[in-house]
Ligand binder design. Structure first.
Ligand SMILES: Nc1ncnc2c1ncn2[C@@H]1O[C@H](COP(=O)(O)OP(=O)(O)OP(=O)(O)O)[C@@H](O)[C@H]1O
Length: 218
């Protein structure tokens, strides 16, 4: 599903990633853990094609992403990758349903089909009664579940999450973690998650420990 080969990244004089190799299989939940500053978010951004490595390759679903132009890469991200961040980044002036539909519209899906898929997902995530609420009218946990539905709407091959439960209380965090397991079990969904949350790291299929720009244990 994903293969990263010898990923290197420098910011100025700082050597942030020093040759990271990682392989992730379909249907796997992989947690990237490690101390603050180890390079976890930098790695996630490169694996998710939001940032470019100085050298090395990221191959997703058999496609070498380093060979894609920026336009091809945008389309690739829209179709193949879903993102969930610590702060949900929902658009405040749009409803839950509209927020979930937006990536589908960008992918060229018709309004009818996008809404059908979005409603299915929002129902599944327990938000069937909240379709027309705007983010400010939703709880933090609900907002994050809308962000999960948005990440799923184009049926991505891979979901990247950076501290997805970092902004949630323990009950909402637990519910979100259970949702990830359910999506893995039902849809064989693949997740790569950066987290400091030990519960989430422990329930993942594999923990990858980063230290000082390298994976030190898989
Ligand atoms: N755009 C940037 N420019 C310069 N330095 C950066 C940039 N992004 C990250 N860094 C530096 O790279 C190092 C790794 O940062 P990164 O955010 O990947 O760590 P992390 O392991 O995710 O940390 P945390 O757990 O605190 O989020 C840090 O020293 C950070 O200051």
């Amino acid at each position: 599903m994903l293969k990263a080969l010898n990923i290197q990244k420098k910011f100025g004089n700082l050597h942030i990633l020093k040759g990271v190799n990682l392989e992730v299989n379909k249907g796997e939940i992989v947690a990237i853990v490690g101390a603050s500053g180890a390079g976890k978010s930098s790695l996630l951004n490169i694996l998710g094609t939001l940032d470019k490595a100085d050298s090395g390759q990221v191959i997703i679903d058999g496609i070498d992403t380093s060979a894609l132009s920026s336009k091809q890469l945008s389309a690739f991200r829209n179709h193949k990758i879903g993102f969930i961040f610590q702060f949900h980044h929902l658009l405040v002036e749009f409803t839950a349903l509209e927020n979930v539909c937006i990536p589908a519209y960008i992918a060229g899906t018709s309004k009818a089909l996008a809404e059908k898929r979005a409603i299915e997902l929002l129902n599944k995530l327990g938000l069937g009664e909240r379709l027309h609420h705007k983010p400010a009218q939703l709880s933090g946990g609900e907002q994050q579940r809308v962000a999960v539905a948005r990440a799923l709407v184009n049926s991505p091959a891979l979901i990247f999450a950076d501290e997805p439960s970092g902004n949630l209380d323990s009950n909402n965090a637990r519910e979100l973690h259970e949702l990830f397991l359910q999506l893995r079990d039902e849809f064989n969904q693949t997740f790569i998650i950066v987290t400091h949350n030990e519960d989430l790291a422990n329930l993942s299929d594999r923990k990858v420990l980063m230290r000082d720009g390298l994976i030190v244990q898989e």
